[in-house]
Design a protein around this ligand. Structure first.
Ligand code: KIV
Length: 263
């Protein structure tokens, strides 16, 4: 945690999502600083239309899978919808379960209204990452996944959210789909690192969803950068396998054995 705090103003923080053992090993080998086991897993892995159906059981399964990779990067587990809003007791119990599953910190969506939750978690010894700007878990309330911070009073609310979260004790803040100048102002104002997604270059770090980066999501958000078309690579590899099974080219002699009786 201290390492992440120390990076502010010195070195940009690279965070990416991973949801299982294999992808955690891969992103860790690539040198990311933070692995986020995001509730985006509900959309990109489980095919839901939003993150709202994601439960604690789902998050526990994915956090424990990532933790078994024993990554060098910090593992942050997302608190899913309704796992922390109901009461501070629920928040501590559910965050504690994520920690017991292997998370080293948790992420909570929301601003000033989540101060009590953040304080309760920090009091319990659980490091917390805040998440302001666009909060996908509040999409029903805010009218979808729209840009944030375009005008007042929303600009000031985002700044106030960041200040309150810092006061409550978060060790970093994700700023999602927010005007770059607002994210820049937040980054200047708070002493903890800001990690942006779709909020411009002035933050202390960036986060993307792994499946967007790899070209595996059908409709990536406009702010995502696709670094490789892994979908085509996978489809053509599996196509080749199907062809070889059909033609009999697979399995070849090195892929099977006979009993001693036939030698
Ligand atoms: O769930 C997630 O992947 C996230 C990132 C988009 C920040 O919260």
């Amino acid at each position: 945690m201290r390492d992440i705090l120390k990076m502010k103003g010195r070195e940009k923080i690279a965070m990416i999502t991973a949801y299982d053992y294999v992808s955690a090993k891969l992103v860790d080998a690539a040198g990311v600083d933070i692995i986020l086991v995001g509730d985006s897993v509900g959309m990109v892995v489980h095919g839901y239309e939003s993150t709202l159906p994601v439960t604690m059981d789902v998050m526990l399964l994915h956090v424990s899978s990532v933790a078994r990779a024993k990554p060098r990067a910090l593992v942050v587990g997302d608190m899913p919808f309704l796992s922390y809003e109901t009461s501070t007791e629920d928040a501590v119990r559910n965050a504690g379960a994520l920690v017991r599953a292997g998370a080293e910190a948790v992420k909570v969506e929301g601003g000033a209204e989540m101060s009590d939750v953040v304080k309760a978690l920090v009091r319990a010894g659980i490091p917390v990452m805040g998440h302001i700007g666009l909060n996908p878990q509040r999409a029903l309330l805010i009218g979808g996944y729209r840009k944030r911070g375009l005008r007042e009073p929303e600009r000031e609310k985002i700044l106030e959210d960041a200040r309150e979260l810092e006061k409550a004790g978060v060790f970093s803040i994700v700023i999602e789909y927010t005007a770059a100048d607002v994210a820049e102002e937040v980054t200047r104002e708070v002493s903890v690192p800001t990690i942006c997604i779709g909020s411009g270059p002035h933050c202390d770090g960036q986060v993307l969803v792994l499946h967007d980066v790899l070209g595996l999501t059908e409709t990536p958000p406009p702010f995502a950068k696709v670094y490789v078309d892994l979908k085509s690579i996978i489809v053509s590899a599996v196509k080749k396998y199907v062809e070889e099974v059909k033609s009999g080219a697979f399995p070849a002699r090195e892929h099977y054995f006979y009993s001693t009786r036939s030698s």
